[in-house]
Design a protein around this ligand. Structure first.
Ligand SMILES: [Zn+2]
Length: 72
């Protein structure tokens, strides 16, 4: 086998590995199942927010706190 063919095979394997890893991560995170109530403060998450952010678990204010990283 020449080097070019080997490189092609290697990159195909890398691509395949990356694909299956993404698939695994997707299986671990049930995308589309959004929480009705915030997991932090139990506030109701508006349906529009749940629809636009599949898998959302936090209300707007808790999300902001998490993103800013202000909590200890
Ligand atoms: Zn909250």
């Amino acid at each position: 086998m020449n080097q070019e063919a080997l490189l092609e095979l290697a990159s195909a394997n890398v691509q395949k590995a990356a694909d299956s890893r993404i698939e695994q991560i997707r299986k671990q995170l049930p995308v589309g199942e959004s929480a009705t109530y915030c997991i932090e403060c139990d506030a109701e998450i508006p349906e529009r927010r749940r629809a636009s952010l599949p898998g959302v678990q936090l209300c707007v204010s808790c999300q902001e706190v998490t993103e800013r990283g202000t909590h200890r």
